[in-house]
Design a protein around this ligand. Sequence first.
Ligand code: XLS
Ligand code: CA
Ligand code: CA
Length: 448
Amino acid sequence: MTKLFKGEREYFPGVGRISYEGPKSDNPLAFKYYDAGRKLGGKTMAEHLRFAVAYWHSFCADGTDQFGTGTIEHPWDKGLGGPVAAAERKLDAAFEFITKLSAEYYCFHDRDLAPEGSTPAESEKNLAHLVELAAERQKATGVKLLWGTANVFGNPRFMNGAATNPDFAVLPLVASQVKAAIDATIALGGSGYTFWGGREGYMSLLNTDLAREKEHLATFLAMARDYGRSRGFKGAFYIEPKPMEPTKHQYDFDVETVAGFLRAHGLDKDFRINIEANHAELAGHDFQHELETAVSMGLFGSVDANRGDPRNGWDTDQFPNSLYETTLAMMAILKGGGFTTGGLNFDAKIRRNSVDPADLFEAHIGGMDAFAAGLVAASRIIEDKALSSFIQARYSSFDSGEGAKFEKGGIDLAGLAAMANEYGKVGRTSGRQERLENIVNKYLLNLD
Ligand code: XLS
Ligand code: CA
Ligand code: CA
């Protein structure tokens, strides 16, 4: 268990360490289901779930949207000194929050941790300074970095793209940020480094050389990979798919698209996929679909745990709360062998009218409980072979005889066609979807 971080000032007074009180507890600041040390299949809940707090939503965003200014006041933003001093206070607030929550990991963009300076050199200096302080706090508490990333989408200089910008002059600036963010990730012992291509896409094909931009992206990713490896980075590089927003079409559209891209450019050895639930929704897929697709291709890496709203088409980044969805997600993750470098990063934000500091705790507690419940249901479904025995039986005609021969590529089309008369009339076999759906619910109704 991590030690509580006590900075000079307490930013979340009145909230102590969040602990497990069980499903009957009425305490909004307690876990009802997430019991970090509880073991399932040889691993504790904490080891299975590897929860991370997202620095940007939790400590930087203030509720600003297109229609209004900030609503959430961060005490660490106010005080003496300039933006670096504010970043130092924010770091203390973050470590206080993360340790009170008993999360073990966090994730950041370079610009969340440290403010941009007036030159690239000054930006790098700011980041290096905050990294040094973060390393001290990590050491004092045992909190770890799940992954780092560079914000190469926010500044106006990236409005036409970052690594895919039509103007070469932008690329060195992208490189300086990515290089510094990789260095920061290595210095903090991060187990992953993420690329989310916020501006890597197009707004209109009328002004875009799509083929050239995709080549540039691959070249840049290979450069970043080579740099990280040359500096001793042993973790995973992740691509985070998102189909649209802010661009009309992003090159990292969904898992299948990213997998094709990685394989086409020989990047699939070093890169894995970081799957966000809300982005799956925007791509018109279920979260489970994206996870299963990545697992099926050996490319599963990490998860941005949140939810979207199925009734609208933008990235609402809400905290996950559906036990059904977390169960299906954990089934896919466990099927893939569970997390190695990755984890469940709450890339989620409280609503802009959730203005009390307690709201941030309650949001995370709900998300952690939802995934803990999903983990228990999923591991029992897997252990009991409640669904897998059906699936196995469903494909059993491929386990032996001509079916097995087909799977191995041992039959040609004419040979297969010649069997048509022998196989004769194929009967109707139920897919049993409703029964299987009821089975999933049965496990959810029997959580303890
Ligand atoms: C935005 C993305 C972003 C990445 C990290 O939609 O989710 O936050 O996770 O750059
Ligand atoms: Ca994300
Ligand atoms: Ca999102």
